[in-house]
Design a protein around this ligand. Sequence first.
Ligand code: TYM
Length: 338
Amino acid sequence: MPKFTPRVFSGIQPSGGLTLGNYLGAIKRFVEMQDAGTHETVYCMVDLHAITAELAQPEKLAHNTRELCAGFIASGIDPEKSILINQSQVPEHAQLAWIFNCVARMGWMQRMTQFKDKAGKHAQNASLGLFAYPALMAADILIYHATHVPVGEDQKQHLELTRDIAIKFNHDFGVDFFPETEPVIEGAATRVMSLRDGSKKMSKSDPSDMSRINMTDDADAIAAKIRKARTDPEPLPSDMDGLTDRPEARNLVNIYAALAEITPDAVLSDHGGKGFGDFKPALADLAVARLGPIGSEMSRLMDDQPEIDRILARGAERAREITAPILKRTYDIVGMVG
Ligand code: TYM
């Protein structure tokens, strides 16, 4: 008997619209893992994480959280099959995070590249929450004793820290209580790049809207962004080796592969030899066919906000059946009485 129930946890920040990067790198995999039926699945809007970068925007936060919930459901997350929650509504996440703030070492946190990227030159001005962000992320995962965490490539270091925190806690207290969670970073689209610059990740915080496809973009916007995507003048090669020094071309091939659910090599065996004048319209048609229905379903769901709030309230109730006992056992191990 394995010690830990096979359980998947993952989260997305409600810090702006959902991008194609979030969809291909994360949500699509969430749906596959839910539908595989091999694991319990818990998916989370991490609003406590979102406020580490921007506080005092209450209406925006509430809107983004509900829109993200609509995005999960429109993409295929079924709130009956999966537990769908907003992080702040399951208080055990923040409670365990405090203990992890006392497990994690300053030196570990200072090595986090995402903090350095986000804080930039203004580290002294960044919130304390932004610095502690990865300890809260570890708590999100470990408060469920999650065994697997599907994420994009950029979260790898945070998942290594999660394992370090679990190992140190278990070691310091002489227990075998928290699992060493496995990251699941797989497929053609674990790092979707900007449409304007093949060396930068596609991101909701990029100032240029042309750099990303938003899940709420309509067909015309999706087609225009793909048409204007930066490329090079060469035709597509017949295999992936031919794309080594062509990051923009490689990115479009990877996006095509992930949307079509085929390998990048299969894309090139169909499209190798063609120029972008042929390939881009094919990619635009595919993207509109796959993303269009999700965008319209999102806006339909957003018309019934009370229903979204009911789904999140029910999700929080179900989540707490898992998290409350794990927090209680953690408190017992630490010696917190009463
Ligand atoms: P966030 O909100 O930045 O991104 C959510 C998910 O989308 C993936 N992603 C991408 N994948 C491929 N290409 C891209 N361009 C791209 N951009 C984003 C991210 O890798 C991520 O999987 N710290 C997390 C949120 C979080 C979390 C957690 C994740 C909080 N607690 C616990 C897993 C488990 C974050 O900022 O994600």
